[in-house]
Ligand binder design. Structure first.
Ligand code: ATP
Ligand code: MG
Length: 387
């Protein structure tokens, strides 16, 4: 007899000819996630199991964080021939539970002497007789003991929900504009959860923004890569562009024009990295640069689609998400972002395109952008790989 972790995955993406590709990605990511615990990952009859780990609970927690995993269960694999022993083990696994239960049986070994209904009935009766606080409810049970009879018997009853989504790397790549705020890490997470690989770009205005501000962003990237796997972060020096905008453009347009430069540079880096879309943490109406007209004006400088997964979310909903994924604490550290320096008192909420274009005429855009890209630092995550 040995302990396993049983992994369930969403059914949606398992149809059709992409299935082997999706499954391979999923298994590979589970392998990477459990590697520090020495876990062995294998597939059998359309299910994924992990065995040979040092710590079952830690193993479940890691696997539950892998995109594409629907839920995980602690499971037991044992000899199937002595059915009394199987029942005994099932009761053992449920001895501390209270409330209602039922037994669910699956039998792919058609030579097994008991049919599925017989397994359910006999195991159910045994559990009822050998536990203290359980009752049977076949319609809406609080607990479900699953007994599968295959090469061995497999038993599982507890369940931990996984993050869901699709396996990383099955839906292309996108470039996240990552600030140190609460929103952008959540936006990146939401797109990555759909199987989209990420690269990140961060604009840094040293010395107006400190080394601490940059470190904060790198810590956020580290947390994100815990979900998304390996990714690059481009740290782009933005001081010169911001100073030029501040000097030469109308005060109420500086934020918007700055955002247009961010998008232009992000698109260049995204193309270079083979990414097909940009992601930002904007939500409609949150600040002046996030009115519909302002967003249209920012989008006008790029050809790529811009994904804004938070567009319809309230700040409180975004904060809740940030807490769930573990970025909130770091995002709340009080270091400044380049968006918060040189902020105009009255930013234009209904910008005029002709004013924007006339203002940008005064800037040597190509050279400014080229110098920023030239000075860009590339940092690979997770960080320990580069050290
Ligand atoms: P966040 O909480 O993500 O910082 P925000 O509500 O503060 O967002 P803004 O500062 O207007 O909003 O930024 C909007 C979006 O622009 C961010 O979500 C992020 O995608 C991008 N962004 C802002 N500042 C930077 C930066 N310094 N580097 C990279 N991207 C940035
Ligand atoms: Mg911000």
């Amino acid at each position: 007899m040995r302990d396993l972790v049983l992994v369930r995955f969403g059914e949606v993406f398992l149809k059709g000819e992409n299935r082997p590709f999706f499954m391979k990605k999923l298994v590979d990511h589970i392998k990477t996630s459990v590697a520090p615990l020495g876990g062995k990952v294998w597939m059998s009859e359309g299910r994924i199991y992990v065995s040979d780990f040092t710590d079952q609970q830690a193993c479940m927690e890691r696997v539950a964080k892998v995109f594409g995993v629907h839920s995980v269960s602690p499971a037991v694999e044992m000899e199937k021939d002595d059915f009394e022993q199987v029942c005994h083990q099932a009761a053992e696994m449920m001895k501390n539970m209270t409330g209602s239960f039922k037994v669910l049986a699956r039998r792919s070994d058609k030579h097994y002497p008991l049919t599925s209904p017989e397994i359910m009935r006999r195991a159910g009766g045994y559990i009822l007789a050998h536990t203290e606080n359980l009752t049977v409810d076949v319609h809406h049970p609080e607990h479900e003991m699953t007994i599968e009879i295959r090469d061995h018997a497999y038993l599982s009853v507890e369940r931990m929900m996984g993050v869901g989504g699709m396996p990383m790397g099955t839906n292309g790549k996108a470039c996240l504009l990552l600030s140190g705020g609460i929103d952008s890490p959540v936006a990146g997470y939401m797109v990555a959860k759909r199987g989209v690989e990420l690269c990140c770009v961060h604009y840094h205005s040293f010395p107006y923004t400190s080394e601490w501000a940059k470190e904060k962003v790198l810590s956020l990237a580290d947390i994100l890569s815990g979900y998304c796997g390996p990714m690059k972060v481009f740290v782009v020096p933005f001081t010169e562009i911001q100073m030029q905008i501040h000097e030469k453009c109308p005060d109420n347009y500086t934020t918007l024009i700055m955002r247009r430069y961010m998008m232009r540079i992000a698109e260049m880096l995204a193309k270079q990295e083979g990414a097909d879309a940009l992601i930002t943490g904007e939500s409609v109406g949150q600040v002046a640069s996030q009115t519909m007209k302002a967003l249209t004006c920012t989008d006008a400088v790029v050809d790529m689609p811009v994904f804004r997964p938070l567009i319809g979310m309230d700040k409180s909903e975004i904060v809740e998400r940030a807490e769930q994924i573990g970025t909130f604490k770091t995002s709340s550290l009080p270091y400044e972002d380049c968006c918060t320096i040189f902020t105009p008192k009255h930013p234009a909420t209904k910008p005029s395109m002709s004013v924007v274009l006339a203002a940008e005429e005064k800037l040597m855009s190509d050279e400014l952008i080229a110098r920023a890209v030239e000075g860009t630092e590339v940092i690979a995550f997770p960080r320990q790989q580069t050290e």
